[in-house]
Design a protein. Structure first.
Length: 265
């Protein structure tokens, strides 16, 4: 495979890559609690895998991940769906039962850090930047989209927002936080870094309140399962993870090629 990671490339390699396909990929995501069984860098590491896979196939350069992200305090409705009867102050996935906190940045700080990183990439002379986000927080998504729109209209570079983790098909409901999908993706991406032995015996039902793990369908209010995890991380496989990584790569390729061709039409 050709080298596509910016930090590992020599200057002449970077310039040659830009001449062939002037696209930079920036994986983004927080250092965040993903249950006791997954690395805290799960989101940006998954995004990096999709970015590298995309660049290897169609070209471009992958910048080092921005291990930074934002979250907000959970609403009363969300807390009830997480299994809390009272209303504790919980930011993101930092439930009280977790053994450590996530490294969340305030939204305004995340925006400033991301802006500075993007401005540095623009200064390199790339015609297009793909911010490949691995984190689903509303504030994170909105900040990336706002900066992409602004910088596209105030610089010579086209900046777009992309998602690393996407549905395999329209009816796919397995996406979530540290559940079967993210666990499977990490099994495929970070070999040996997933430890399912950190989770209880299968006879024990996993709950968001006790483990900081959640299904998107329940978390977004589409289904109330009393805070119990439906798509269990203990059912994860590297084979399933490969499907989601490949799906992310294919969808990213489609988007990038369509926009890149528009730029050069």
């Amino acid at each position: 495979m050709k080298m596509v990671q910016y930090e590992r490339m020599r200057p002449e390699e970077i310039k040659e890559a830009m001449e062939r396909f002037s696209v930079a990929y920036l994986p983004v995501g927080p250092l965040e609690w993903h249950g006791p069984h997954l690395p805290v860098g799960t989101d940006p590491l998954n995004a990096q895998a999709v970015a590298i896979g995309t660049a290897e196939r169609i070209g471009g350069v992958v910048f080092p991940p921005l291990f930074c992200g934002t979250e907000k305090a959970r609403t009363a409705k969300q807390l009830r769906r997480m299994g809390f009867s009272d209303e504790p102050y919980i930011v993101g996935m930092d439930v009280p039962a977790n053994s450590m906190k996530s490294c969340y940045f305030p939204e305004e700080a995340f925006g400033m850090i991301l802006r500075l990183y993007l401005e540095q990439i623009i200064a390199q002379g790339f015609q297009m930047i793909v911010v490949l986000n691995g984190h689903g927080a509303e504030g994170q998504l909105a900040t990336i989209e706002r900066l992409a729109w602004e910088l596209t209209n105030t610089s010579s570079c086209k900046v777009i927002s992309g998602r690393a983790m996407q549905k395999l098909h329209e009816k796919d409901e397995k996406l979530g936080h540290a559940n079967i999908v993210e666990t499977s993706m990490q099994m495929y991406v970070c070999h040996g870094r997933v430890d399912l032995n950190q989770l209880p015996d299968r006879r024990v039902s996993l709950t968001t309140k006790d483990w900081g793990i959640a299904d998107t369908v329940a978390f977004c209010g589409k289904e109330d399962n009393g805070g119990h995890v439906i798509y269990d991380p203990r059912d994860a496989t590297a084979k399933l993870g490969k499907q989601y990584i490949e799906n992310g790569i294919e969808r990213t390729i489609t988007t990038v090629m369509e926009i890149y061709e528009q730029i050069h039409s």
